[in-house]
Design a protein around this ligand. Structure first.
Ligand code: PHB
Length: 253
């Protein structure tokens, strides 16, 4: 594919355009996209027009741009995330019905915890997790589980820092984090009070691909800081076992 004068490929520039959108900026003008994507205005206009033609972006009545439904459609097709989410969802609903707290499913994606699903309760405690949103590995309970089971190279890279504080109790000391990750591997659960927000505790367990397979996801709840954790740990553990068992079954057509 033809490269721009800067040597960047067309694909890289398309990704840069798409990445200017996030949960806080779902709709933008072409000028905003060009500026945030660091593209000359004429290039921004041309690329946005092409992406709108192909359906990957959509234009609203006011001429502003958002991500297209076609992009979602293509991304869902056959993605490993879709199968995992579909299998996990009934078990997440069970956890959510029993505990009446936020319930999340996350996977490791480019050094962060990416959330595939979140079920909530309007009366539950504050929760910053968003579907298709990300949280740092060292700060969220899901991230800690994924990091504890990640390969050695990634773990060492993360431990080398910087470990930025997100909440008042985020572990930012590498030695302390290393010990916490060992404990999470040993106990099969991460309990992280105040690591993201002062008011809440994140609790996460690993989801394996099959009973003894590798850890491919983290199942978590966010509960009030003062609430007991034992019941939530039990619910999460049995849901994770059921999800893992179902993952080994061949997909039904
Ligand atoms: C967590 O996973 O530890 C977590 C996530 C979101 C919150 C609080 C805790 O708002």
């Amino acid at each position: 594919m033809a490269n721009s004068p800067s040597g960047e490929s067309v694909t890289q520039r398309i990704v840069r355009v798409l990445e200017t959108f996030d949960a806080d900026r779902p709709v933008q003008t072409i000028a905003e996209i060009s500026r945030r994507g660091e593209l000359p205005p004429s290039t921004g206009h041309r690329m946005v027009a092409d992406l709108v033609d192909s359906g990957l972006l959509e234009r609203d009545d006011a001429g502003r741009i958002r991500l297209g439904l076609r992009l979602w459609e293509l991304a869902q097709r056959g993605s490993r995330a879709l199968r995992l989410r579909q299998i996990a969802l009934p078990h997440m609903e069970h956890v959510q019905a029993r505990l009446r707290e936020h319930t999340q499913l996350a996977v490791l994606e480019q050094d962060e915890a990416l959330f595939l699903e979140r079920l909530s309760n309007p009366r539950a405690v504050s929760n910053i997790t968003r579907i298709a949103g990300r949280l740092p590995l060292h700060a969220s309970s899901s991230g800690l589980v994924l990091l504890a089971h990640a390969d050695h190279a990634l773990r060492e890279r993360m431990l080398a820092g910087p470990l930025t504080a997100v909440g008042p109790e985020t572990v930012t000391d590498p030695d302390e984090l290393r010990t916490a990750l060992e404990r999470i591997r040993r106990d099969g659960v991460a309990i992280a009070p105040g690591s993201i927000e002062d008011v809440s505790t994140g609790i996460a367990v690993p989801v394996r691909d099959g009973r003894t397979g590798p850890v491919i996801a983290a199942l978590s709840v966010v509960i009030p800081r003062a609430a007991p954790t034992a019941g939530a740990v039990d619910e999460l553990r049995s849901a994770a076992v059921r999800i893992s068992a179902q993952l080994t079954q061949p997909p039904r057509t």
